[in-house]
Design a protein around this ligand. Structure first.
Ligand code: AMP
Length: 285
């Protein structure tokens, strides 16, 4: 694989490899098997693949979270070299390469970013839209791969592609989990070991919630989830919502289920100092 650190180097690489479809996997590094599953899918579908590693400051509403975000470029490039081919590209830009001037663009996603992550992390999705659109403009992919782990992000990126008229297919990839069900995340390595031991409770509980969803009212399920997770020392549920996959509208009554939509249980939990998110599709009959 090749490595580029500047936009000029990416341009040069793209000028030499015009084969399509071109696949793109944007990441913030500290890679794990979840990221690698996206890269492997891109490699299996695209003769040319670019993976970016960039910890995007504009999407962090919490500066301490940005400071503590795990970074390990050496390990990342080693992991990528086991999946990428000779002419695939890893793009590792600096902040000034992505933002030569302050990005003042303000995006609007209607109600999509007013719930869940959007309401608990003000400005987060605007930063995501800034970096993803900038990376799309640089890498010019035909297909971009995103994880279902960031369910709300996926919906917002689909909307971004529509708003900005990109001719890019967004491919969604299933959540890769640890043996106890915890969704893999770069932040998992920041978990205190005693807290990590209990972190499987998040998936176990939303799995149960997804099975209850058809027969019980959302409020009752929410109470069940919060009671169960918050009974574990150092775990606090930030939100739990059942939402559809189009409008992300939190369901308040189970009569609202529509047969033409999919529904997901979405959760954010504070586990000690670390914030974790997860989601699961509700199996509707
Ligand atoms: P990040 O580095 O956290 O920005 O993630 C980069 C991409 O990897 C995003 O599209 C994530 O949704 C995806 N991703 C992160 N964790 C997982 C996981 N456990 N399973 C599948 N995809 C993931």
């Amino acid at each position: 694989m090749k490595i580029a650190e500047t936009v000029a180097e990416v341009d040069k690489h793209l000028a030499k490899s015009s084969i399509s479809p071109a696949g793109f996997v944007p990441t913030m590094g500290a890679l794990h098997k979840g990221h690698l599953s996206l890269v492997a899918k891109a490699v299996s579908e695209c003769p040319a693949v670019t993976v970016s590693i960039f910890v995007n400051p504009t999407q962090f509403n919490d500066k301490e979270d940005l400071r503590n975000y795990p970074r390990n470029i050496e390990k990342d490039t080693r992991m990528l070299s086991s999946v990428l081919r000779e002419n695939d590209l890893v793009f590792i830009p600096s902040v000034s390469e992505i933002y030569p001037a302050e990005d003042k663009r303000v995006f609007s996603f209607g109600t999509l970013d007013r719930v869940m992550e959007g309401s608990h992390r003000p400005g987060h999705f605007n930063g995501v839209a800034q970096v993803v659109s900038r990376l799309f403009d640089i890498v010019k992919p035909d297909i971009a791969y995103f994880g279902q782990k960031d369910f709300q992000q996926l919906t917002i990126i689909r909307d971004l592609v529509r708003q900005l008229n990109y001719n890019i297919k967004i491919s969604s990839c299933p959540i890769v989990r640890e043996a106890d069900g915890l969704a893999m995340s770069s932040r998992n390595q920041l978990l205190d070991p005693a807290i990590r031991l209990n972190a499987g409770v998040i998936y176990r509980t939303i799995y149960e919630a997804s099975a209850l969803a058809v027969d019980e009212e959302p409020d009752k399920i929410r109470k069940y989830v919060i009671d169960k997770i918050d009974s574990v020392p150092h775990f606090t549920t930030e939100y739990f919502e059942i939402v559809d996959d189009v409008e992300l509208k939190p369901l308040s009554d189970r009569k609202e289920y529509r047969t033409d939509r999919k529904y997901y249980c979405c959760i954010a939990v504070r586990a000690g100092k670390i914030r974790l998110i997860d989601n699961i599709e509700i199996p509707l009959l």
